[in-house]
Design a binder for this molecule. Structure first.
Ligand code: BEZ
Length: 211
């Protein structure tokens, strides 16, 4: 069945570009983005892993650590980092698992044999401080991911976790958010002192609580 939302992110210990680490210990009590790419020294992956490196501070501001995986060796990852630095501006500055025996890839269902038999596809697992899977994305090898979207989703997940709100279509940081229909108008007035607009009884919008 594969890993589903709400599951505990399976823990693992692996060799990485930053030494041996265990996922749960590495994440501590913060958030995590675990992602796989198909192969080192390939074009789309070079742009993606460089963008994650360039934006490491944006993840850190959100108390979120990055960790990547592919079935290449740690030695290969280290060699590739120079190309990432040269072409994208920043080399690897987060751990990249050398998963030659595919143990992490298999644990997370990152290999989709009908798409690519021998390598991981582009998966993303956002993991919460409770170590549960909060969001997953899967892209094929030819299509680079959108790091803006990963950060946007992380912002939405963190708001939802902290304030119990939901985010509407195309929400971005600063936009109004949705009050759960399970909260009465009376409770909503107390909980959201900035007030709210009622579009229908089940669709009420309030300014983003942490702005
Ligand atoms: C790429 O990163 O460009 C790529 C990697 C594996 C297969 C196809 C494309």
């Amino acid at each position: 069945m594969g890993i589903q939302l709400g599951d505990i992110a399976p823990d693992f210990t692996a060799e990485t570009t930053e030494g041996t680490l265990s996922l749960h210990d590495y994440l501590g009590d913060g958030w995590g983005v675990l992602f796989s790419h198909p192969a080192d020294f390939t074009p789309v992956c070079t742009t993606e892993l460089g963008d994650f490196a360039n934006r490491k501070d944006e993840f850190a501001k959100r108390n979120t650590k990055l960790i990547g995986v592919s079935v290449d060796s740690v030695e290969s990852h280290r060699g590739w980092s120079a190309d990432i630095a040269e072409t994208q501006g920043t080399g690897l500055n987060y751990p990249l698992v050398g998963d030659e025996n595919r143990s992490v890839a298999n644990l997370y269902g990152m290999i989709h044999p009908n798409a690519i038999e021998t390598a991981t596809v582009r998966t993303v697992f956002i993991i919460g401080p409770d170590k549960k899977i909060k969001l997953t994305l899967t892209y094929p090898a030819a299509i680079g991911r959108n790091v803006d979207e990963i950060i946007r989703a992380l912002d939405a997940l963190q708001l939802s976790a902290q304030y119990g709100v939901s985010t509407p279509v195309n929400w971005k940081d600063g936009d109004d958010v949705i009050i759960s229909p399970a909260i009465s108008d009376t409770d909503a007035k107390a909980k959201f002192p900035k007030g709210f607009k009622t579009l229908t009884p089940y669709l009420r919008l309030t300014p983003q609580p942490n702005k």
